[in-house]
Write a protein that binds this ligand. Structure first.
Ligand code: AMP
Ligand code: FE
Ligand code: FE
Ligand code: ZN
Length: 285
C-alpha cells in the first residue's frame, strides 16, 4: 500500500487536471492519494470520480494558507466538510486576498524591469478560483524573464522578495480550529522547510498540539533534509501526533516533487482515517 497525502492540480497551482492527477497517481503505483489544492475544494468531486473509475482511493483534502507572525504557514486539512460555513467563509477571504494582490505585484515587477501583464498571468490560472504567485511565476517564465518557477521565486516572488506583497491569511491556531469545526483532520505542512524552523520551533508546534489539538506533522517532504526529518519524526512521536510523508506534487510546476517521492506508512494512514471517521460522526459538524 503506497500512500501520498499532498498533491496539487490545476484547481490551484499544479498542472494536471484532478482526473489526470489521479490517473498519474495510479500509474506511479500509489494506492491512496490525497488531493490538497490551496484554499479550495473545487477539484475533489472530479478526483473522486476518477478514483472510483480506476480503483484508487482518493482522500479529500485541502491546503489552507495560514500565518504566524506575518509569515506563511500551510495547514493540510483532510476530510473537512466543504459546506462548513465558517471554514468556507475564511477560504473566500484568503482567495480574494490572493487575487487582490495581483495588481500590486505586477506593478513591482514592472518597476524591477520584468513586466508582465494581467492577461499574460491569467493564461496560467487554469481552473483555479484564485490567482497565486506560481501563476505569476509562469508568466515570468513565458515572457523570458526567468528560466523556471524556482528562479521567479528566488529573484522576485518569495516571502520578503523584491516583488512580494503580503496577503490575507488565517492565524494557524485558528486555522486548526476551523478545520476541526468542519470535521477535518489538521496536519501542519512542511513546517521546517524554507527557513520555517525559526517560525515554528518545537515549543510552538507543541503548543499547537496542546492548545488546538493539531493532529499531525508532515515529516517526509522534499523541503526537509535528513536531519530535519529525524528531528520532526522524534517530535511527532513525543507529542503523539501523526507523522506523514508526501510529495507535494505540482505536475510540471515543481521539479523533484514526483508522485510517491515521499509516502505515509499504512499504520499512520489508518490512524488518520480513523480520526476522519470519528470527526465526521461528531456533533457540531
Ligand atoms: P500564494 O498563495 O500566491 O502566496 O503562493 C503560494 C504558493 O507559492 C505555494 O504553492 C508555494 O508552494 C509556492 N511557493 C512559495 N514560496 C516558494 C518558493 N520560495 N519557491 C517556489 N515556490 C514557492
Ligand atoms: Fe503550491
Ligand atoms: Fe505548501
Ligand atoms: Zn502544497
Amino acid at each position: 500500500m503506497t500512500i501520498d497525502l499532498h498533491t496539487h492540480s490545476v484547481v490551484s497551482d499544479g498542472t494536471d487536471t484532478p482526473a489526470e492527477l489521479v490517473v498519474n497517481a495510479a500509474a506511479a503505483g500509489l494506492s491512496v492519494v490525497a488531493l490538497t489544492d490551496h484554499d479550495t475544494f473545487d477539484g475533489l468531486s472530479e478526483a473522486r470520480t476518477a478514483g472510483e473509475r480506476i480503483g484508487i482511493e482518493v482522500v479529500p483534502g485541502m491546503e489552507l494558507s495560514c500565518s504566524r507572525e506575518h509569515q506563511s504557514v500551510h495547514l493540510l486539512a483532510y476530510g473537512a466538510d466543504p459546506e462548513n460555513p465558517a471554514l468556507a467563509e475564511e477560504m473566500v477571504f484568503v482567495r480574494d486576498g490572493r487575487s487582490g494582490r495581483l495588481r500590486p505585484v505586477l506593478d513591482k515587477l514592472a518597476e524591477l524591469g520584468v513586466p508582465v501583464s494581467e492577461e499574460e498571468v491569467l493564461v496560467f490560472v487554469g481552473s483555479s478560483p484564485s490567482v497565486g504567485r506560481p501563476h505569476i511565476a509562469d508568466a515570468l517564465v513565458a515572457a523570458g524573464h526567468v528560466r523556471d518557477r524556482t528562479e521567479a521565486f528566488d529573484r522576485f516572488l518569495a516571502d520578503g522578495g523584491p516583488a512580494h506583497v503580503a496577503r490575507y491569511a488565517i492565524d494557524v491556531g485558528r486555522g486548526i480550529d476551523l478545520v476541526h469545526g468542519a470535521g477535518g483532520v489538521a496536519v501542519i505542512a512542511h513546517p521546517w522547510g524554507r527557513g520555517r524552523e525559526q517560525l515554528l520551533p518545537r515549543p510552538v508546534l507543541a503548543e499547537l498540539v496542546a492548545e488546538h489539538g493539531l493532529d499531525g506533522i508532515e515529516v517526509d517532504h522534499q523541503d526537509h533534509d535528513a536531519d530535519v526529518r529525524a528531528g520532526l519524526r522524534q517530535l511527532a512521536d513525543r507529542l503523539g501526533v501523526l507523522a506523514t510523508g508526501s510529495s507535494d506534487y505540482h505536475g510540471t510546476g515543481k521539479v523533484n516533487h514526483d508522485l510517491g517521492v515521499n509516502t505515509t506508512d499504512p499504520e499512520t494512514y489508518a490512524r488518520l482515517r480513523a480520526l476522519i471517521v470519528q470527526r465526521a460522526g461528531a456533533p457540531g459538524r
